[in-house]
Write a protein that binds this ligand. Structure first.
Ligand SMILES: Nc1nc2c(ncn2[C@@H]2O[C@H](COP(=O)(O)OP(=O)(O)OP(=O)(O)O)[C@@H](O)[C@H]2O)c(=O)[nH]1
Ligand SMILES: [Mg+2]
Length: 485
């Protein structure tokens, strides 16, 4: 016997060319780089076996191997059977077949994909059950059964058709120890973990390594959730305490049109600053979840029609009046951007509510050019003819501004963790219009409301920060399906 059990436990991903083998691995291992793991609609893209170790702290606990697909399974099966007339082929027959054809130019793909199996690797057989079950698949399954290795069949449906599913299921049971579904284009964290947990059922011998991997994966994922919560919390603090300031010369202050223009410029800069902060948060989240191809486009068509003053906006993206009241965050502020004059913006002593900034807010979410702002600086404005005065803008005086920001964080977070690494089209994510702050519980909202109010005043209340962190963390865990309450 020249077989040696590879260490660590190894699983080869096998199947027909173009079945989605590399895609399954890309999603499972969160690899979105074509240079590392190539995915292509052209069949025969993977031509060599490629190893993907799962290692923690320098120790490898598990290994996956991407293999070229079967290209001539029926002929290969016939050749293998001809090597042992009257008997069922064994692993030794397969070895003879590989030894014979390896390097010959014939059955190259079959030899390559069988090699790790002959060295003791278990196998994940990827099939697309939206395709009919043909003889060539039966040949593949026979050959794989002859390896005698632990075998898991993975249904990776590329199409919507369920027409052949029953056919597949009835056959697979005879050839594989276990059948699981795993969609490379939709599987999220919990499904990835479930797939690795399935390996326990087909390979009891390696239970301890597989358990270790599961423990590490869970720890690592929790760490990411915590880091993401921290990033969202600090974004919210930065955004809500932000004031855009400028100094106006006394003579400029006296001319109403200058003041208005300056205020308008400041409002624009204010929203641009918030957008930059939001964009940095997005970069952090994308990096945390190992997405290098994705980008996020701030704003959507929906937002262009959004008016921060309208009841409809509150109902769609913020909290309802009742929810705000229950959270303890309702002050009755109508909405609008505060322009403070003469105080540097840190107190609202001379504050004036700037009306009609719906357009600016819309543009903030859209990320495009800002429309004209209809500013009104009338009423309660005190001017002093000293050496120049500070003009400060932000944040909008509305109970819901903070909730809308949080909603946007949660919306993008959910989209990021829902995106699989096998999807290589590098799209720009858009806010999909789904409101998630509404799904928070009153217990989660209360500390948030209190803390938001303190941030807006420019004095974030540190004592409630742990509760705020917990609320955000629970929200992310809920979105990941790792927390249910
Ligand atoms: N819609 C959809 N397409 C998928 C899915 N999995 C794979 N594909 C597509 O199927 C094609 C082949 O995917 P690969 O992962 O390269 O398949 P493979 O089995 O590794 O192919 P070879 O290495 O050439 O044998 C690509 O165009 C993928 O985008 C899926 O779950 N859904
Ligand atoms: Mg491939």
């Amino acid at each position: 016997m020249h077989s040696s059990i590879p260490s660590p436990p190894t699983f080869a991903v096998v199947g027909k060319v173009n079945a989605g083998k590399s895609s399954v691995l890309a999603t499972l291992l969160e690899v979105d780089d074509d240079k590392v793991l190539r995915i292509s609609s052209i069949p025969g893209e993977t031509t060599d076996c490629q190893s993907f170790p799962i290692a923690f702290d320098g120790t490898e606990y598990l290994r996956f191997i991407d293999t070229p697909g079967f290209s001539r399974p029926v002929e290969a099966m016939q050749h293998i059977m001809s090597l042992c007339p009257g008997h069922q082929p064994s692993v030794e027959t397969l070895r003879t077949f590989v030894d014979h054809y390896q390097g010959s130019g014939e059955f190259e793909d079959e030899c390559r994909l069988l090699s790790p199996l002959l060295e003791g690797a278990g196998l994940l057989y990827v099939i697309d059950p939206s395709k009919p079950l043909r003889d060539s698949f039966i040949a593949e399954m026979e050959i794989l059964r002859w390896t005698g290795q632990p075998r898991l069949a993975l249904l990776n449906s590329k199409g919507a058709s369920e027409e052949f599913m029953a056919d597949w299921r009835s056959k697979l049971g005879a050839y594989f120890n276990l059948v699981r579904t795993f969609n490379a284009h939709t599987a999220r964290y919990d499904e990835r973990v479930r797939l690795i947990r399935s390996l326990l059922d087909i390979d009891e011998m390696n239970a301890s390594s597989i358990q270790t991997v599961l423990r590490y994966l869970e720890m690592e994922w929790e760490q990411r959730e915590e880091e993401a919560s921290e990033a969202i919390l600090s974004f919210l603090e930065r955004a809500l305490t932000h004031r855009q300031t400028a100094t106006l010369a006394p003579r400029e202050m006296k001319i109403e049109s200058r003041r208005e223009r300056k205020s308008q410029e400041l409002a624009e800069q204010y929203f641009q600053s918030i957008m930059k902060m939001e964009s940095r948060l997005h970069e952090t989240l994308l990096k945390l979840y190992r997405h290098h191809l994705l980008t996020i486009e701030q704003g959507t068509e929906e937002y262009t029609r959004m008016d921060l003053f309208s009841e409809e906006t509150w109902q769609k993206w913020g909290l309802s009046r009742t929810q705000l009241t229950m959270a303890g965050g309702a002050t009755g502020a109508a909405g609008g951007l505060m322009v403070d004059i003469g105080t540097g913006g840190m107190t609202h002593g001379f504050g004036t509510l700037v009306g009609a900034v719906g357009g600016a807010v819309a543009a903030f979410f859209k990320g495009g050019a800002l429309p004209d702002l209809g500013f009104s600086l009338g009423g309660g404005l005190k001017l002093e003819s000293t050496d120049g005065q500070a003009l400060a803008v932000g944040p909008p005086k509305s109970d819901n501004f903070a909730w809308i920001l949080l909603d946007s964080c949660l919306n993008y977070y959910l989209q990021i963790v829902s995106r699989t690494h096998a999807q290589r089209d590098g799209v720009a994510l858009l806010h999909d219009g789904r409101s998630l702050t509404r799904e928070l519980t009153t217990e989660q909202r209360q500390p948030l409301a209190k803390w938001f109010a303190s941030c807006v005043k420019g004095k974030p209340e540190r004592s409630i920060e742990p509760k705020v962190f917990e609320a955000i963390h629970t929200a992310l865990r809920t979105l990941n399906g790792s927390h249910t309450s």
